[in-house]
Structures are given as C-alpha cells and as structure tokens.
Design a protein around this ligand. Structure first.
Ligand code: ADP
Length: 428
C-alpha cells in the first residue's frame, strides 16, 4: 500500500463507459489509465478518478509494457493492475504477479481464458460440460469430431476468442469444413491467429449471465440474469435482464455450479462474469467464466442495481488489496430491484444512414444510460464479421416483467437504416 490514496493501473477501459471510473471515485481510488490503442483520451478532459494517462504498447509488446509498469511502480508505487478487457486479463495478472500485487495469478488467468483448458478443468471437476474436442490446423474436422463422438449440431469457436467472434453453429458433418474455415478466417485477429479451435455440442436452452464477487475463496453470487435464447448460426448478444425469473431449485443449481466452477478454475479472488445455458431448460452448463467485471462495466450496472451492492467499487478495493466494505457470503445475494441492458441489434449491414428512436429512449425515466457506439456514416460488415454493437440501453425497473415489456417496446422503437448496397462487397 502507498501512504496516500490507493492507486490502480486500469488497462484499456473505454473513457466513454463511465461505471468503473465513477466507482473508483466513490471508492477513493486513483486510476492510472492505459488507454485503448483505438481511442484518444483528451488529457484535459480525463474521466473521473483518472490522475494519469500511461500509454503502453499493448498487446503488441507485452514485455516492453511490463518493463514500463515495473519502472513506474519503482518510481511511484501503485497498488494493483486491473482490466475489464478480457484479452488483457492474463497480462494484468502477470503484471500483478511480477510486482507482488494482488491478483489471480497468470496461470489461472490463462486457463480461464483458453476455452480448451476451461472445458478440461470443468470436466475433471465433474461439472456439466458438453462433449467437446480440440481442433488444430492439421486435424481433419469431420474425422476429429466423429472420433470424439460428438452429436450434431455442434458449435465451433476460437479457443482464445471473445465477444462471440467467430462462434458458429454447424448442423451436419457435411457443413463442418466450411464452418471451420470461416471461423478461422474471422478469428485471425485473436492471440493465436485463430489456429486453435474447440468444437463442442450445441447446448439447447436459454442463456444466463452470473455476476459474482470473490473474496478469500468465498463466492458471493450477486445476480443471475437472462440473456436470451440465441439459436445461431451466429450468436449476437441481445438482452440482459436481472434477476432472472427461475424456479428455486434451478436457481440453487446455477449457484452451486457457478461456485464449483470458481473452485475448478482456481478463481479465488475478484469479480467474475460467468455465462451459462440451461440445457433442456433446467441443467446449468457453463459457457465461460471471465475473471473480470463483464460487459466493460455493464455487469456493474446490472448487479449493482439488483443487489444495492457497489459491485465495481468493491472489486476495485479488492484489486488494491483492500478488504470489501460489505460482508461477502458464499451463495446468492438478495435481489432488491431489477435492471436491464438492451443491445440494439445491427438489423442489417452496410453504411448506417440513420439510427431512429434513441432520443425518445433517452427521455424515458427508467433509462439511466444510452451508450451509442455506432452512428450514421459507420459501416457495419455482414455477419460473421463483427463490427460491434450499435448501442446499449441500460434501464432500471421494479421487476423483471416490467423490463421485459420495456424491451418489447424498444424492439419496435429503435431501428437502424442503411444505405442501399452499391458495391458487390457491401451486398454480399
Ligand atoms: P466468447 O468468449 O467469444 O463470447 P462463448 O463461448 O461465450 O465465446 O460463446 C459465445 C456465445 O455463443 C454464447 O454466449 C452462446 O450464446 C453461444 N454458444 C457458445 N457455445 C455454445 C454451445 N456449446 N451451445 C450453444 N450455444 C453456444
């Protein structure tokens, strides 16, 4: 600990997404922001709590970045390194480990990120796992999937992917080769260039996100939220509504599975974001667990409103080596309200000419934030390429049923227009 205010290095957080910055301010923690390479942060208009900008050449030169952090820490010590950006979770863990700061450890961080390792660890711990197989560039897809005894439909995904990029459903052995080639092409930008894939059986059932805060090995599950029921072939995110209405027994199974997954993956500290599907409508199967606050901070908004616990502020305290200011108990926290995120669908591709309906949405008293990421002039590439989501609408509700009604209204009210395709590329 430094003798002045605690300080955290925060990696690649978008300046326009306010939750983590505001949480740091509430927690009395200063931030050294490492900006994203695609974002210019105005030094005269820094986000709340940011006291310094520290550009690092990440992810291109991690060794150089570690050296800069080591020197910065030697000159003026900080108390922790955090990120909400999934690909940098292992780097943050490595930096923390190197500098003797709190963290989950680089080995745990890497294993939570590599879907092959994650599946193996969950299976070894006796948790629910679909049949799966690793697929390397030299492997013949159809023969590999057949010899592993997988039943179609299957889902093909990059082992080191994020944001559903490249995740694609294949319905038959005949379709598999083309799907694999496409997943490799789309995920060429991931850490291993899209070489390592995993193929697993398609889990049929609704999807849920679970936000948790872990301290001294105790997993306080904050919220379980409904994430829609995407059927593929591509898995665009759509809604997030918490708390999810679930039968008591199913809710208990979800909590048990999520707590056991933390133990299986070795995540004993910090915030986590877990995604799962209820196979057959009732049996939880983990899709993945991120050792970070999810959705660039959206998870803070959701879990914070559902529980009344300041999720991000508590997570930042843990990252700085401070104890939480709330009592964290193993198990599910009580829900005191409902919160939701509506992800405006692209609904087409090409050059955006208009985004309709957002002004009316901004004026709705239940809406706290409309985060717009795509605007007229931006070009949306057709799926399976991923351009990004047009906008998030974050809202608060008395209960989840009201959130559902509100989302049905948004489906009608918000629409994106595209210029008619003029080139072959845009029309494809
Ligand atoms: P990423 O880390 O890229 O988000 P995920 O494994 O979380 O990858 O997959 C993204 C989405 O694809 C999931 O949220 C889910 O909707 C869908 N998906 C992934 N694997 C499966 C599966 N085995 N069965 C059904 N849907 C899946």
């Amino acid at each position: 600990m430094t003798d002045s205010r605690p300080t955290l290095v925060l990696l690649h957080q978008r300046a326009g997404l306010p939750w983590v910055f505001e949480a740091a301010e509430r927690a009395g923690i200063d931030l050294v922001l490492v900006p994203r390479p695609d974002e210019r942060v105005d030094p005269d208009r820094l986000p709340p709590a940011v006291v310094e900008l520290l550009p690092l050449d990440l992810p291109a030169d991690p060794a150089g970045a570690l050296e800069v952090l080591r020197k910065r820490h030697a000159d003026a010590p900080f108390d922790g390194v955090v990120t909400l950006y999934d690909p940098l979770v292992p780097f943050a863990a490595e930096a923390a480990e190197l500098l003797g700061l709190p963290g989950i450890g680089v080995e745990v961080a890497r294993s939570a990120q590599d879907k092959r390792v994650m599946r193996e660890r969950l299976a070894a711990a006796g948790l629910n796992v679909p049949r799966f197989v690793r697929l390397d560039p030299a492997d013949d897809p159809a023969a590999t999937v057949e010899s592993a005894g997988l039943t179609f439909p299957v889902v093909v995904k990059p082992a080191l992917g994020m944001s559903s990029l490249g995740v694609t459903r294949a319905d038959s052995s005949a379709a598999l080769g083309a799907v694999v080639a496409e997943v490799r092409r789309v995920s060429a930008g991931t850490a291993d260039g899209g070489a390592g894939l995993i193929v697993e059986e398609y889990l049929d059932g609704p999807e849920y996100a679970v936000e948790s805060l872990v301290h001294e090995g105790r997993v306080q599950v904050l919220s379980i939220g409904y994430k829609g029921d995407p059927k593929g072939p591509y898995f665009e995110e759509s809604v997030y509504r918490a708390p999810a209405p679930l039968p008591e027994a199913v809710r208990a199974d979800v909590v048990r599975e999520v707590i056991a997954a933390h133990a299986a993956l070795g995540v004993s500290y910090g915030p986590t974001h877990t995604e799962l599907r209820l196979r057959g409508g009732s049996t939880p199967y983990l899709l993945e667990m991120g050792a970070r606050i999810g959705g660039s901070g959206v998870s803070h908004y959701i879990a914070g409103h559902v529980t009344g616990i300041d999720f991000a502020a508590q997570a930042l305290r843990l990252a700085a080596g401070l104890p939480p200011t709330v009592t964290l108990r193993e198990g599910l926290a009580e829900a005191v309200a409902a919160a939701a995120n509506y992800i405006v669908p692209c609904g087409g591709h090409g050059t955006i000419t208009a985004v309709h309906g957002l002004d009316g949405v901004r004026a709705d008293r239940r809406v706290d934030h409309v985060v717009q990421m795509l605007a007229p002039g931006d070009v949306v590439r057709p799926y399976p390429d991923f351009t990004g989501y047009p906008a998030f609408v974050l809202s608060r509700h008395e209960d989840t049923a009201e959130a559902e009604e509100f989302h049905a209204h948004l489906e009608r009210a918000v629409r994106i227009d595209y210029a008619p395709a003029t080139t072959e590329g845009a029309a494809s």
